[in-house]
Ligand binder design. Structure first.
Ligand SMILES: [Zn+2]
Length: 164
């Protein structure tokens, strides 16, 4: 009986691994379905279908907490609140990213203009766009949808680190 249980656990773990690896592969259909289960309709619309939330409606456009903004899909650390600034656009705006390794920039030619789309390098989530009209020191304005972000309070995250 115990042997069967161990065997079942092993098969379960194996299936988990397989579904995890297909989840990170570039197959859009299965991945989309699993994202749909995990995200709110707005989060799904923005991150997986490259949507844009309405200005001044998101959770973070006027949020002033001290911490890290992570990808709502995969938890990758993307923006630091220290680089957030008041842009007046109604979307959370940052003049810098935490690391080029976590952000993927691609040319976006929709809406009859050329913009630079910003996405999560880890999971491909659409985040927003970057424009060359931001403040010093970078002159960049990362215009990001709240729906693609989750906020991690700095105090809480350092407590977590101490407990590990
Ligand atoms: Zn991500």
């Amino acid at each position: 009986m115990v042997k069967y249980l161990i065997l079942l656990l092993f098969i379960g773990a194996l299936l988990g691994l397989i579904s995890f690896s297909t989840g990170t592969a570039k197959k859009e259909t299965k991945k989309d379905l699993s994202w749909k289960d995990r995200l709110t309709p707005l989060q799904y619309q923005v991150t997986r279908l490259h949507g844009t939330e309405r200005a001044f409606t998101g959770e973070y456009w006027d949020y002033k907490g001290d911490g890290i903004y992570q990808c709502v899909c995969c938890g990758a650390s993307l923006f630091d609140s220290a680089t957030k600034f008041r842009s007046g656009t109604g979307w959370p705006s940052f003049y810098s990213i935490i690391s080029p390794a976590t952000i993927k920039e691609t040319e976006d030619n929709t809406l009859l203009m050329t913009r630079t789309e910003v996405g999560c390098q880890e999971c491909g989530a659409h985040l927003g766009h970057v424009f060359p009209d931001g403040p010093a020191p970078t002159g960049l304005r990362y215009c990001i949808n709240s729906a693609s972000l989750q906020f991690q309070n700095r105090a809480e995250s350092s407590e977590d680190a101490e407990h590990q």
